[in-house]
Write a protein that binds this ligand. Structure first.
Ligand code: KIV
Ligand code: ZN
Length: 512
């Protein structure tokens, strides 16, 4: 009997609702492919009615992903549902997820509807969604603060109308583990047709309990968990996929189900991909995917681990994809060795031209840096993929002058819409001067919200990986750049962000 918990990833939808985490269509597609590779069951690709860009992203994911079910979110409204149906038209396996709020406060204050009206709209929405697919999920939003009697009534009605998954969201992250587990148990017991649908949970982390609440729900009968990579999501985020998967895997003595279908070795690479694209760095002590998650600092621990790993380790770092980060190839390695290592790391390119370009970059890097590690290759691949976007601004050259007692100065040469421009500026430091020069040339009028530098590997010759977050009129974008010279990496990241900002974007939020 298949006793797997369905892993429903909503990084691309709820995750993207974190302020500052917006992603381009290409970036979403790359994350979707990484999730498919991890063998996630369902990928919630977005909220198609939000904007044309969101619709296009959901459609391109639906067209490209073959092994996971692709899902789109819709409020319980005809236009929303039709838009999802249209976006998922070519999906191998499609799901429509429709929702309406059921808590007294949401129904009264937000919807200004009576419970009966809400129930009727939910039923109509599920029936409409069933015209497009027989895989329909219904969520009573804010279920965690809804009345049990009304929840049972609406759930029974939507299952009768054709919902195959019923998702119970703790929208505001208010519940406690025991209480939430009991809620799921009571719903499964009291809804007469509960055996006709899979019960799912969707927990927010406002009290830091999203994972604990989800796991308690699984123990009480839920068989789908909605989660995100790195716990990204609205406000304090959603339940972290990596924690759910590894808790269920590690505590098989407790869970009556498993997640054996998930390729756990993809967890760390996917976490890094999401952190790089969104600019939301993973805290070092974050479970599973933080850099310190498997580091043993104290002498006693190190001694224990050396004698027998399981004295202090309940999971193995390599099982979740922490690479040994070995030195792979050097300056004299050929294209074939390079390509083989990329394949081993699961890095693929859309075209042979992209592979060749990355190989050229690898050679340039090998000239500057003696030892090339797996993480360097990941960064090279990311920077090649970044360039597939429609770039209006390109960096041609950058010269910076930084000297004790002098004001740093930068001279930048850019190609903007096919025309070369040169601009110089001074600033508090070489990065500041470079950004001033670029901004003077582009005149974006944007505001720098975040600037962060990470070294990809150790050593002073390591590549610096820079994230820049820009905001203009409520539109927030993230840019990335990597180079052994961190001033150049910073300029690349700034320009990458500017290119995204120059694409106009307007979108609706599903819960507003
Ligand atoms: O948190 C929430 O209630 C949601 C729903 C749309 C499922 O994200
Ligand atoms: Zn949510």
């Amino acid at each position: 009997m298949n006793n797997n918990v369905i892993i429903f990833d909503t990084t691309l939808r709820d995750g993207e609702q974190s302020p500052g985490a917006s992603m381009t269509g290409d970036e979403k597609l790359r994350i979707a492919k990484a999730l498919e590779k991890m063998r996630v069951d369902v990928i919630e690709a977005g909220f198609p009615i939000a904007s044309q860009g969101d619709f296009d992203a959901v459609r391109s994911i639906a067209n490209a992903v073959k092994d996971s079910t692709v899902c789109g979110l819709a409020r319980a409204l005809d236009n929303d549902i039709d838009r999802v149906g249209e976006a998922l038209k070519n999906a191998n396996s499609a799901r429509i997820h429709t929702f309406i709020a059921t808590s007294p406060i949401h129904m009264r204050m937000k919807l200004r509807m009576s419970p009966d009206q809400v129930l009727e709209q939910a039923v109509q929405a599920v029936k409409r969604a069933r015209k497009f697919t027989d895989n329909v999920e219904f969520s009573p939003e804010d279920a965690g603060r809804s009345e049990l009697g009304f929840l049972c009534r609406i759930i029974e009605a939507v299952i009768d109308a054709g919902a195959t998954t019923v998702n119970i969201p703790d929208t505001v992250g208010y519940n406690l583990p025991q209480q939430f587990g009991e809620l799921i148990g009571q719903l499964i017991e009291n809804v007469p047709n509960s055996d006709k649908a899979v019960f799912s949970v969707h927990c927010h982390n406002d009290l830091g309990l999203a994972v604990a609440n989800s796991l308690s729900a699984v123990i009480n009968g839920a068989r789908q968990v909605e989660c995100t990579i790195n716990g990204l999501g609205e406000r304090a985020g959603n339940a972290a996929l990596e924690e759910i998967v590894m808790a269920v895997t590690t505590r098989q003595d407790i869970f009556p189900c498993n997640v054996s279908h998930i390729d756990k070795a993809q967890i760390v690479p996917t976490s890094r991909l999401v952190a790089g694209i969104t600019g939301f760095a993973v805290q070092p002590n974050k479970a599973i995917v933080g850099v310190n998650a498997f580091a043993h600092e104290s002498g006693i621990h190190q001694d224990g681990v050396l004698k027998s790993r399981d004295t202090y380790e309940i999971m193995r770092a390599e099982d979740v994809g922490w690479s040994t980060n070995r030195m792979v190839i050097g300056k004299h390695s050929g294209r074939n060795a390079f390509k083989t290592r990329l394949q081993e790391l699961g890095i693929t390119f859309e075209s042979e031209a992209d592979l060749n370009q990355t190989f050229m970059r690898f050679k340039e890097l090998a000239d500057k840096k003696h030892e090339i590690y797996d993480d360097d290759l990941q960064a090279l691949a990311t920077s090649t993929n970044l360039e597939t976007e429609n770039e209006r601004v390109k960096l041609i050259a950058l010269k910076v002058c930084s000297e004790t007692g002098e004001t740093p100065n930068a001279l930048v040469t850019l190609n903007i819409d096919g025309v070369e421009h040169q601009m110089s500026a001074s600033g508090g430091g070489p990065v500041d001067a470079s950004f001033q020069a670029i901004e003077t040339a582009v005149s974006s009028g944007s505001y720098l919200q975040l600037y962060s530098v990470n070294n990809i590997t150790s050593g002073t010759d390591a590549q610096g990986e820079v994230t820049v977050r820009l905001e203009k009129g409520g539109h927030i974008v993230n840019g990335q750049g990597a180079d052994t010279d961190i001033v150049i990496a910073s300029a690349k990241a700034y320009i990458n962000a500017l290119n995204k900002l120059l694409i106009p974007k307007e979108r609706q939020h599903p819960q507003v």
